[in-house]
Write a protein that binds this ligand. Structure first.
Ligand code: NI
Length: 137
């Protein structure tokens, strides 16, 4: 059984590789490499899998996921610059892929319980583009 809680946050970033020049960065990352950055209204799905607890009828209380993700992720990234303001994103190229990876590292150790595990994190950067991370395969 999988249960999912949706989150929203707004953040800015500049996607660029400091080893490349502006022209090369622009070729690879397009508008996302704009030197002064730009913002996105991100959407995130956090999905937990496990068996239904016969006592509660829940896999996990979704409000527990809400509190955990707000504390460990949303409070740290909402209305922030992902290149500069977020300790756990320091030195990380803030592509949607890397955002999903780093978010996973923030919450995965805190979700594992008996019969429960973090199943996936989906990051939607634009209406057309999203990534889903399911841990190391
Ligand atoms: Ni972007």
């Amino acid at each position: 059984m999988q249960i999912t809680r949706k989150f929203h946050f707004s953040a800015s970033h500049r996607v660029y590789n400091p080893a490349l020049n502006d022209e090369e960065n622009c070729r690879i990352y397009g508008k996302c490499s704009n030197p002064n950055g730009h913002g996105h209204n991100y959407e995130m799905d956090v999905t937990v899998s496990g068996e239904v607890d016969p006592e509660t009828g829940f896999v996990m209380d979704l409000s527990e996921i809400k509190l955990l993700v707000e504390k460990e992720i949303i409070d740290k990234v909402d209305h922030k610059n992902l290149n500069i303001d977020v300790d756990f994103m320091s030195g990380v190229l803030p592509s949607a892929e890397n955002i999903a990876l780093k978010f996973w590292e923030q919450i995965e150790p805190k979700i594992n319980g008996p019969g429960i595990r973090l199943h996936s994190i989906m990051i939607r950067e634009t209406v057309n583009n999203s990534v889903t991370y399911m841990g190391k395969q």
